[in-house]
Design a binder for this molecule. Structure first.
Ligand code: ZN
Length: 321
C-alpha cells in the first residue's frame, strides 16, 4: 500500500517538475500577452474603422470626431502592433533573456539543467534566476503531495491543478501587481465543477456561496476602506481570487483563508524586509500573493487540519450544506 502510494507520489512529482517548468513560462508570458492585448484594444478603439462609430463619438456625441492627430497616431501604432511577431505560451521558443540564445531541450530539464549549467546560460554565462528551479521544485512537491493524499485520481489531479494555478497567481501578482482574469476564471470554474462532480469534498451549494461571499466580502471591505481613507488597498483581481478559492474550499472556509493570508503576509513581508526588497515603502505589496499563498498553505497542511487548528474561524459552518 505505502509502496504504491510512494510510487504514485514519485510519478506525480516528476510530472509536477515538468509542469513547474511550464508555469515559469506562464508566469513570464501571461502579463506580456495581457499588456499587448490592452495596447491593441486601446489603439483599436482609437483607429478609424469604416462603418463603425468611433469611440470618441460614442462618448462625446455623434457629431464629435476623433482628433485627427490621435487617429493618425493610433493607425500608425496599429500597424506597428500588427507587425510584431506572435507571442503566446508556445511561441516564440524559449531564449536566454540576456543574449537571446535559444534554450535547447536538454538545457530545459527541470532543476537538473540548472544544476548542470551551474545556474548560468550555456552561451553567455549570464546567471539564471534561482527562482526557476525553485518553482519547479515547489510544483513537483505539491503534485507529489496530491498524489500521496488522493492517489493518481481525478481528485488528485484537480488539487494539483489548484496548486499550479495558485503558484501562477502568486508569482504574477508579486511581479506585476496584477492577477490575470484568465487564470482566476479557470480556477473559479474548476472549483465549481469539482464541487458539482463531488470531487473536492465541498457541496455545490457551499462552493457557490463560497464564490459569492468571497467576492462580496472583499468588495465590501475594499469600498469601506476606500471611503474611510481614500486609498485603495486591493483590487478586483483579489475579489475574484478569493471567490475562486471559496469555490474550492467552501463558504465556511473564507474567514480561515483571510486569517491564514494575513499570516502569510507577515511571513512574506518579513522575508522581503530582510532581503531589502521593500526599500521603497511607498510601493504597496499586493494582497494577491498572500491570498494565493494561503490557499497553498491550506492545501499543504490539508483542509481538515486547518479546520482543527483554528476552529474559531469557521463560524459559518452551517453554510457548508
Ligand atoms: Zn545567454
Amino acid at each position: 500500500m505505502v509502496v504504491s502510494q510512494g510510487f504514485d507520489a514519485a510519478l506525480a512529482g516528476v510530472l509536477g517538475l515538468l509542469v513547474g517548468s511550464f508555469l515559469n513560462v506562464v508566469v513570464y508570458r501571461t502579463p506580456v500577452m495581457m499588456y499587448r492585448q490592452w495596447l491593441n484594444d486601446a489603439v483599436g478603439n482609437l483607429a478609424k474603422v469604416d462603418g463603425i462609430p468611433s469611440l470618441w463619438s460614442l462618448v462625446f456625441g455623434p457629431k464629435a470626431n476623433t482628433p485627427p492627430a490621435l487617429e493618425k497616431a493610433a493607425d500608425d501604432a496599429a500597424k506597428t502592433l500588427d507587425a510584431l511577431p506572435p507571442f503566446n505560451l508556445s511561441r516564440p521558443a524559449s531564449r536566454c533573456g540576456h543574449c537571446g540564445a535559444p534554450i535547447r531541450f536538454y538545457q530545459n530539464v527541470p532543476v537538473l539543467s540548472y544544476l548542470f549549467l551551474r545556474g548560468r546560460c550555456a552561451s553567455c554565462k549570464a546567471s539564471i534566476s534561482v527562482r526557476y528551479p525553485l518553482v519547479e521544485l515547489v510544483t513537483g512537491a505539491f503534485f507529489a503531495l496530491c498524489a500521496w493524499r488522493f492517489g493518481l485520481s481525478l481528485t488528485g489531479a484537480l488539487w494539483a491543478a489548484f496548486a499550479a494555478l495558485l503558484i501562477c497567481q502568486f508569482l504574477i501578482d508579486l511581479d506585476t501587481q496584477y492577477l490575470p482574469d484568465s487564470i482566476n476564471y479557470i480556477l473559479l470554474w474548476l472549483g465549481l465543477i469539482g464541487a458539482a462532480a463531488g470531487l473536492t469534498g465541498v457541496s455545490l451549494a457551499s462552493a457557490v456561496w463560497g464564490a459569492v461571499f468571497g467576492y462580496l466580502g472583499l468588495w465590501i471591505i475594499y469600498h469601506a476602506y476606500r471611503l474611510a481613507t481614500g486609498k485603495e488597498g486591493m483590487g478586483y483581481g483579489d475579489f475574484k481570487l478569493l471567490a475562486a478559492m471559496g469555490a474550492w474550499l467552501g463558504a465556511d472556509y473564507l474567514i480561515a483563508i483571510v486569517l491564514v493570508s494575513s499570516l502569510v503576509g507577515a511571513v512574506l513581508g518579513s522575508i522581503m524586509l530582510v532581503a531589502g526588497k521593500l526599500a521603497n515603502k511607498n510601493i504597496p505589496i499586493a494582497f494577491g500573493p498572500f491570498l494565493a499563498g494561503a490557499g497553498l498553505v491550506c492545501l499543504a497542511l490539508g483542509p481538515d487540519t486547518v479546520r482543527q487548528w483554528i476552529p474559531f474561524a469557521f463560524p459559518l459552518g452551517a453554510l457548508a450544506l
